[in-house]
Design a protein around this ligand. Structure first.
Ligand SMILES: *Cc1c(COP(=O)(O)O)cnc(C)c1O
Length: 420
């Protein structure tokens, strides 16, 4: 086969923008399933496609755009910083990086921090830090216990830490992880041994369908870690920076981890993540963690703008209140359409459907001008902008009801079709 004579993309592969320009997707590696629309503009909770059709966005790039699309504070911070200095390089100090790490440590009660570019990178770095600590203090122990259905990212260590997340097409996994059922303290007790260096968990499992840890469980995990002198790593990539109505979810649980990972909402839509460490866990030395764009000044300026906004008076109260409003609305709708369980905290909600129709609902919602996400075949996830308004929520519920009806009708027709 001549690799240079790739067939021309077929008409089906062509996506034309309003000016008729070809935005062919045929050359893009097809690793992510996407609807055919191309998006060109965003403002707050709204997105517009290339036909100028408006969509209410209750995914927000998978909880990344914490302040919604193109908020003024972010535009200003990024343009000011772009004028001043984009990237001196990770081998030189820049003020934004120092400021953001300082502010994150101050407001989370951490001793050290480091800025990276993605949640997976932050989780990889947390795993490295735990292994380094194990070599120093635990006789070279390196095993990390993680939870069933957890998700920590798609790079190798993160994938291996994620239970069920490591696709066997990419074997072998990175060794050194064991998985135990979530919210099951006895299972955790049974799994810990002399080779264990840390327990790594999400306070609310996002990809699994927004499944919160119980308070009893997380407190028990914290106690176990203290008793055994091992590290507790909390992956707050999705739950952190205000998403759950507090700066960190751990504050709501009343616990304290040794290592915390942040990502997603921290950059407000630009690629930014952070690793935070406390006390004994602070043991990285020169040469042990670096990356070309780690601590990038432009990204750090976005993080500072987001953090300042989230810490403004009344902001987290707004997240809490609109979160309750969203939860109540979803519960009413779920009841009306006979759908199942609703779980969540702040502005992170998961709704379990009565069947595996989540993909069909996401498609129907798109048709109704609503962007949603389905982490599981039977689960919808709602992660709107933290600045979402009640009228945005009302409008979303209307559109979601129409999407549910659309799917119901299609299901009934399908059943009738079979009966005939
Ligand atoms: C999304 C996510 C990650 C991975 O973050 P990326 O930025 O996609 O690499 C890790 N942990 C949790 C809890 C997440 O939600």
């Amino acid at each position: 086969m001549n690799l240079f004579r790739r067939p021309a993309p077929s008409l089906d592969d062509l996506i034309l923008d309003t000016a008729g320009n070809d935005l062919s997707s045929a050359r893009l590696m097809p690793t992510v399933a996407r609807p055919p629309q191309v998006f060109v503009r965003g403002q707050g909770s709204w997105l517009w496609d290339s036909d100028d059709r408006a969509y209410l966005d209750f995914s927000q790039g998978g909880a990344a755009n914490s302040l919604g699309h193109s908020p003024q504070v972010l535009i200003k911070a990024l343009s000011d910083q772009a004028q001043a200095l984009i990237n001196p390089g990770n081998g030189l100090y820049n003020r934004l990086q120092l400021n953001l790490v300082e502010r994150l440590c101050e407001h989370t009660g951490s001793d050290q921090g480091y800025l990276l570019n993605s949640g997976a990178q932050a989780c990889e770095a947390a795993i490295k830090l735990a292994r380094k600590w194990g070599q120093l203090h635990r006789g070279s122990a390196y095993r990390i216990i993680t939870a069933g259905n957890g998700c920590h990212g798609r790079s190798f260590a993160a994938m291996s830490a994620s239970s069920g997340g490591c696709d066997n097409r990419f074997e072998p996994q990175l060794p050194g992880f064991s998985h135990v059922p979530f919210n099951d303290l006895p299972a955790l007790h049974a799994a810990v041994d002399a080779g264990t260096v840390a327990i790594m968990l999400e306070p609310i499992q996002a990809e699994a369908g927004v499944i919160p840890a119980t308070e009893h469980y997380l407190k028990g995990v914290e106690r176990l870690c203290r008793e055994l002198g091992i590290l507790l790593i909390l992956d707050e990539v999705q739950t952190g920076i205000g998403r759950c109505g507090a700066l960190l979810a751990e504050q709501q649980y009343g616990i304290r981890a040794d290592i915390i990972t942040l990502g997603k909402g921290l950059g407000g839509g630009v690629p930014l993540a952070a690793l935070l460490a406390r006390g004994k866990a602070c043991c990285f030395e020169v040469g042990e963690l670096e990356g070309t764009h780690h601590g990038n000044a432009l990204m750090a300026s976005a993080g500072l703008a987001v953090l300042d906004t989230v810490l403004e008076r009344g902001f987290l109260e707004h997240v809490h209140e609109s979160g309750c409003y969203l939860g109540e609305g979803l519960a009413r709708l779920a009841y009306r359409y006979d759908h199942g369980q609703l779980r969540g905290q702040g502005l992170m909600w998961g709704l379990t459907l009565s069947d595996d129709s989540a993909d069909a609902v996401v498609k129907a919602a798109l048709h109704e001008g609503l962007i949603l996400n389905a982490p599981q075949p039977n689960c919808l996830r709602f992660t709107p902008a933290l600045t979402v308004s009640k009228s945005n929520i009302d409008e979303m519920l209307l559109r979601l009801a129409r999407a549910f009806s659309r799917v119901r009708t299609a299901q009934l027709q399908c059943r009738k079709g079979i009966a005939v």
